[in-house]
Write a protein that binds this ligand. Structure first.
Ligand code: PDD
Length: 274
């Protein structure tokens, strides 16, 4: 594990100390990005940095200095150039603050960390959860570090044999997973929830729409039961087939899912920063 914290590289997480007063820790006042590392190189870094800036300013944090973040990413990647497949995480918080919801004046904390991870499983079982994404929340669409709802929902899905949990939003429409976007095939048409549903503007989702095409349309959560195919997209899953939704088996990846996965693999191999 390599960690860059406010300008210093650490190889041991224990030496990379964060203040107990950091607002990211005390209130979840922070934003983050997960970037995929492929053969030692970060993938789609420009799009991730654009989203990082959007999430930070959307949360009222000062815009991160992109050149500095790029420098931190370069330092982390250089310190561990052999990672065949990995996760690089950028975390940017409100920094040292009072023990309240007020933000302090010390300035943000910036952390970039990376480590190798396993390749994603070829398919996933998804579990719908009894809680909702609030598409009208102050933080809707922002990739904030306030992930406790996702932690709770993922544990709920895992306890039921799933590997991802799926949320509806407050009006009962299909929204997204705890760390992924969702696509469904209905009668040959590839559909994904709109961003107005409260789903994160996933980098992988955007690339699938650009490279393959999909209709952005909201559908009730219950229509998952009628989907001919379902797949998830995320930085660490790429395009991942869904073989089970709650109690319903969908079997092997369908034709559309396989075609999207193939296009995604080919196009992403051609350009490390699409
Ligand atoms: N998660 N929706 C949510 C809530 C997410 O957290 C993520 C990413 C996505 C997919 O976005 P992208 O394609 O840009 O990765 C959708 C990352 C992988 C994580 O939790 O670490």
């Amino acid at each position: 594990m390599i960690i860059w914290l406010n300008g210093t590289l650490h190889e041991d997480p224990a030496t990379a100390g964060i203040s107990p007063l950091d607002h990211g820790l005390t209130t979840g006042d922070g934003v983050f990005e997960t970037v995929k590392i492929v053969a030692g190189q970060p993938f789609a870094v420009t799009k991730h940095l654009e989203r990082l800036v959007g999430s930070a300013t959307g949360l009222g944090l000062p815009a991160p200095d992109v050149a500095k973040v790029e420098e931190a990413i370069a330092a982390v990647v250089k310190a561990d150039p052999e990672i065949p497949f990995g996760r690089l995480r950028i975390t940017y918080t409100g920094g040292v603050s009072p023990l309240s919801s007020d933000r302090g004046t010390a300035g943000p904390t910036l952390i970039v960390a990376s480590h190798a991870i396993e390749h994603p499983a070829p398919s996933s079982a998804i579990v719908t959860v009894p809680w909702v994404r609030n598409e009208r929340s102050a933080t809707s669409g922002l990739k904030t570090t306030s992930y406790a709802e996702n932690v709770r929902a993922l544990a709920y899905a895992k306890a039921r044999g799933g590997s991802e949990a799926i949320f509806a939003n407050t009006v009962g429409d299909l929204c997204e997973g705890t760390g992924s976007n969702i696509f469904c095939v209905f009668d040959g048409e590839l559909v994904t929830p709109t961003l107005e549903s409260g789903a994160l503007a996933g980098v992988t989702r955007g690339l699938v729409i650009a490279w393959f095409g999909a209709v952005e349309r909201d559908v009730p959560l219950g229509r998952l039961a009628e989907a001919d195919e379902i797949f998830l997209t995320s930085t660490t899953r790429d395009v991942q087939a869904v073989h089970r939704v709650d109690e319903r088996d969908l079997g092997v990846p369908g034709e559309v899912t396989a075609a999207v996965a193939k296009v995604f693999a080919e196009r992403s191999a051609e350009d490390i920063d699409p």
